[in-house]
Design a protein around this ligand. Structure first.
Ligand code: GUN
Length: 293
């Protein structure tokens, strides 16, 4: 069994991006600038956004954090998106989700200029991805592809089972793994909470990507010997041992499943660190106008 070290790969990518920013600076080019919009004070969102801003600094990007209180109106938030769309200084921006209940996530996502949509959530980016055109690919699926690539994991002709059908992970992941490309060229099955034969499907899989948000869902008796297992789960479980008071728990029962795998991502330190660095790469692409010249 080989552990897929997302922490090491993301550190290497961070170095590569920082070097590219240095080259841009030396050539007198524009330094990529990411803006993040954070509404309210949800603990998870606060942490994610703080890490995004911190990583921007580490790679040499400019960053702007825009905060609103929980009671911001949808109109105010749409006006903010409009300003960011029009601001030539901002290359890309994200609105951290989920938003308060009185604001439609989808309405906000669709208001973002797709050319600045470094989250890859806008229907134009999702549509372009599904037909294999250049686009911003959302961070978690992009990070997983990068791990498969850097570990040179064979995907052609393999059966890939994706557990979960979210717009952010499951659906784009399935779409990318069936793409005529590397990584890709898989036969893909998507299973979800209503699937009747999920265990049988998993037992057929050469590659299993688990994105259900159900701690330790995937057990050893669901996995074929030699399978590649990618764990996207990051549930915060209360813990009396850690300083933060919680422990990140994946969707895979790691101790028993890892014994059967050829490759597996740990939690933490697998897919998680790849997500932010993929957002940084999208921001670099946005800054260089590589996808939408
Ligand atoms: N909430 C959870 N993940 C994400 C993400 O990748 N982007 C945004 N904007 N919000 C999120």
């Amino acid at each position: 069994m080989q552990l897929i070290d997302g922490k090491a790969v993301s550190a290497q990518m961070k170095k590569e991006i920082a070097e590219e920013v240095d080259r841009i600076r030396e050539a007198g080019g524009k330094i990529p600038h990411l803006a993040a919009v954070l509404v309210g004070h949800d603990g998870g969102s606060e942490t994610y956004v703080a890490n995004k801003v911190k990583t921007c600094e580490e790679v040499g990007f400019q960053s702007t954090l825009i905060r609103y209180e929980e009671d911001v109106t949808e109109e105010e938030l749409l006006a903010c998106v409009d300003r960011l769309n029009k601001d030539p200084e901002i290359d890309g921006f994200i609105v951290q989700l989920p938003l308060p209940k009185h604001i439609s996530d989808q309405k906000i996502i669709e208001a973002v200029d797709y050319r600045k949509d470094v989250d890859g959530f806008h229907p134009i980016n999702v549509g372009r991805m599904s037909i294999g055109l250049p686009c911003f690919v959302s961070a978690t699926p992009a990070g997983i592809l990068e791990l498969l690539k850097r570990y040179e994991i064979e995907t052609k002709g393999k059966h890939c089972v994706v557990l979960g059908r979210s717009n952010i992970v499951g659906k784009p992941m399935a779409s990318l793994m069936m793409q005529k490309a590397y990584p890709g060229d898989c036969t893909v099955t998507v299973c979800h909470s209503r699937s009747a034969n999920l265990k049988e499907m998993c037992l057929e899989a050469d590659i299993i990507i688990v994105a259900l948000g159900v701690p330790e869902f995937l057990k050893a008796d669901m996995v074929k010997e030699g399978a590649v297992v990618i764990d996207v789960g990051t549930t915060r479980m209360p813990s009396s041992v850690t300083k933060s008071g919680y422990k990140l728990t994946g969707d895979v029962k790691f101790d028993e499943v890892s014994a059967k795998c050829s490759y597996i991502t740990p939690v933490p330190g697998g897919v998680g660190p790849m997500t932010i660095i993929s957002l940084m790469r999208n921001t670099l692409l946005a800054g260089k106008k590589e996808i939408y010249p």
